[in-house]
Design a protein around this ligand. Sequence first.
Ligand SMILES: Cc1cc2nc3c(=O)[nH]c(=O)nc-3n(C[C@H](O)[C@H](O)[C@H](O)COP(=O)(O)OP(=O)(O)OC[C@H]3O[C@@H](n4cnc5c(N)ncnc54)[C@H](O)[C@@H]3O)c2cc1C
Length: 459
Amino acid sequence: MSAKALIREFEAIVGAENVFSDEADLLTYSYDAAELPSQVPALAVRPQAMEQLGQVSALCNQEGLPLTVRGSGTNLSGGTIPQPDGVVLLTSALNRIREINVPDMYAVVEPGVITAQFFDAALAQGLFYPPDPGSQAVSTLGGNLAENSGGLRGLKYGVTRDYVMGLSFFDTQGNLIKTGSRTVKCATGYNLAGLMVGSEGTLGVFGEIILKLIPPPATAKAMMAMYDRAEGASETVAAIIAERILPATLEFMDNFTIRTVEDYSQVGLPVEAAAMLLIEVDGHPAQVEEEAAKIEKLCQQMGATEVKLATDAAQRDKVWEARRAAIPALARLEPSIVLEDATVPRSQIPAMIKALEEIGQEFKLTIGTFGHAGDGNLHPTIVFDKRDQEQAERVTKAVDTIFERALALCGTLSGEHGLGLRKVEFLKNEVGQASVVWSRRLKAALDPKGILNPGKVIG
Ligand SMILES: Cc1cc2nc3c(=O)[nH]c(=O)nc-3n(C[C@H](O)[C@H](O)[C@H](O)COP(=O)(O)OP(=O)(O)OC[C@H]3O[C@@H](n4cnc5c(N)ncnc54)[C@H](O)[C@@H]3O)c2cc1C
């Protein structure tokens, strides 16, 4: 089919005003938040109704066109970098919250709903949706599902997967596949949602999503603990978990990140501290008081030079504002950043922090380390200038070494950012070649022409 005829076919599905073929428009969809080469697609289309997702998939399949679904394009692994001859499918117009069911505590949403808007809508009905990626102000729920995103509350409340009760998605033929239900328990059929969550747009296009909601915690208390040795902070993490306390949030920041965030947002962080922990406990008021007191004591026992409790909501917001500023603050230091998310069992956090310091020294690179220490999920962030080829090569070697060290500590390549294009070649190192081959067979069975987000996850 000629290019013009193809555009007419897509226009017939989504309307002429929702098909984009000008290079200037398409540039917007050529990259994401990963520091990887961009790629301008041939076309972008913006469905206005759910069934159009299936019709676009079927047309792409019929014509053998690579199809990359795009939520807000904030992923950090190259997951939405399209093929040059491919189609980008935008979910931004499918942004309705269809139902918030208060008695049964679930919601039904479209894939383009913005995460933070959904959180607010649920809270307005007295319900709580915990997954809170740092990008929540712009990320979509469809993108969150496809990446199995986590956030600051992962330690106590889990990640996106833990809140998916049901899902419908379109296969490459345009068929609507349903899995899960609106019930708390469901043992009907294969757990296809388990397969689809984290599939990074390679197995199907998400339509309607059913999400679990829970009662919000009655109260919360936040605190910051400062250390003159980074080991003191990482050992505190292990001590808190060993005490059988699960804070809602347990975040780590090294000195470089503290200084950079303070310079960026002036929230009053202790720039002299070697490291700090940002901690929040939530739940019943009596339990919160008890756990906060125990944690304060543990911080002191592990050598904290100061522990500051937030005394009101404004101070508490300041603590989390500081943490959420870490990525934008680091990102403005140099033209390029690589933000990794290799993850280790949490008892290995002290060893991983030490390994990251050694890697920074070995490759003469600046690595700011912060992240979800309670989950074993750190974000070592390398700031550099990719135009300096020699420096860029050192960054590549340092990242390879980060993966090696995390795997050697029984960790995993990605805690929450997915593999995308960035980590494909490392997959076999973690799961073995047989698992890669099996995954490719599964993909070939579901997507025989290989049109869905080619090159991602399994190559
Ligand atoms: C500043 C910043 C902070 C971040 N903090 C976190 C964090 O704390 N935790 C975390 O986990 N991540 C974080 N991220 C990464 C990113 O925001 C998440 O991966 C997020 O879930 C991506 O959502 P999105 O809507 O932007 O998806 P996109 O980037 O548009 O897409 C991500 C993947 O999902 C696929 N996809 C999107 N929609 C669909 C659909 N409807 N059907 C099938 N596949 C689909 C895409 O093809 C792609 O593979 C952060 C990123 C930034 C820039």
